[in-house]
Design a binder for this molecule. Structure first.
Ligand SMILES: [Fe+2]
Length: 278
């Protein structure tokens, strides 16, 4: 049995006082500013196996790019040109769809590990009846591949939280930058504008190391991945949970993100729209 998760620090497969202390700390971090980093969640072996596995399937990544503002809204010419809603940046993505990762491989071994879902749910403090794995066979556990020139510019998330696992860093750049709780009661366009211009004192920068697990609530905190440099691609796994059982992506969105769809996407088309990757 390979040990990909650092179970001695994070004994997620067995309820214990030790685990409760970990969960409490993560909840505190999330409460404070919507971001928690679980350092060294993977073992050394877990990191190296996951890098190997990802590199082997990286050529299946589907690339897409679009010009987006921080709100994922269309341009509004009634606003002044300097308004944050009118600042558009190139967003380019490459996602390796979930079905490229074998059931017996490292990524599934980690995601499907006993206690993993419950650990994430407890950390996020989500109610049991509002917390399910994304049922999309292309999208439940994917890896984002990005290199110099690609990336995630400043944005607010449209989903409530994201769960990501750092696998490999680029040679330079790729820091996670965020302005904690920059919008709360109102949009705070003045400060958002400063962030977009690189002039805000609010921005915090975090370096994620391979094997770190990150929980982030990005609805109120503007965030981005700092531009990448060098020839080594950055790999980050995105693990998705949703508030309803049996949900999959819409046909249109799935095509856009993964370049293809499966019968299940058509079967459930129209059931509901989703935007959980953002
Ligand atoms: Fe985001």
């Amino acid at each position: 049995m390979q040990k990909f998760i650092n179970l001695s620090n994070y004994p997620i497969d067995q309820p214990s006082d030790k685990l409760n202390i970990v969960i409490d700390q993560i909840r505190n971090d999330l409460e404070k500013d919507g971001c928690a980093i679980i350092r060294g969640f993977l073992s050394k072996e877990g990191v190296s196996e996951l890098i190997k596995e990802t590199a082997n399937v990286a050529h299946y990544a589907h690339h897409s790019s679009a010009l987006t503002n921080a709100y994922f809204t269309a341009d509004d010419p009634s606003l002044p040109k300097s308004h944050p809603k009118r600042q558009f940046f190139e967003r380019s993505n490459a996602f390796i769809p979930a079905d490229n990762f074998a059931k017996t491989g490292a990524l599934r071994n980690i995601f499907d590990h006993e206690g993993f879902d419950e650990f994430i749910r407890a950390c996020l403090n989500e109610p049991e009846d509002r917390f399910f794995r994304y049922a999309d066979p292309l999208a439940d556990a994917i890896v984002n591949v990005s290199s110099e020139g690609n990336g995630f510019p400043w944005h607010f998330d449209t989903n409530n939280y994201t769960v990501t696992l750092a696998i490999q860093n680029a040679m330079e750049g790729g820091e996670f930058e965020y302005a904690p709780m920059i919008r709360q009661k109102d949009e705070n366009f003045t400060e958002v504008s400063k962030v977009l211009k690189g002039q805000s004192q609010m921005v915090k920068s975090i370096v994620l190391k391979p094997g770190d697990l990150q929980l982030f609530k990005g609805r109120y905190s503007l965030h981005r991945v700092a531009p990448l440099k060098g020839t080594i691609p950055r790999y980050v796994a995105i693990l998705s949970y949703v508030e309803e059982e049996n949900m999959v992506g819409s046909v249109e969105r799935t095509k856009q993100l993964y370049g293809r769809v499966l019968p299940v996407h058509y079967e459930r088309a129209g059931k509901r729209a989703d935007n959980f990757i953002d």
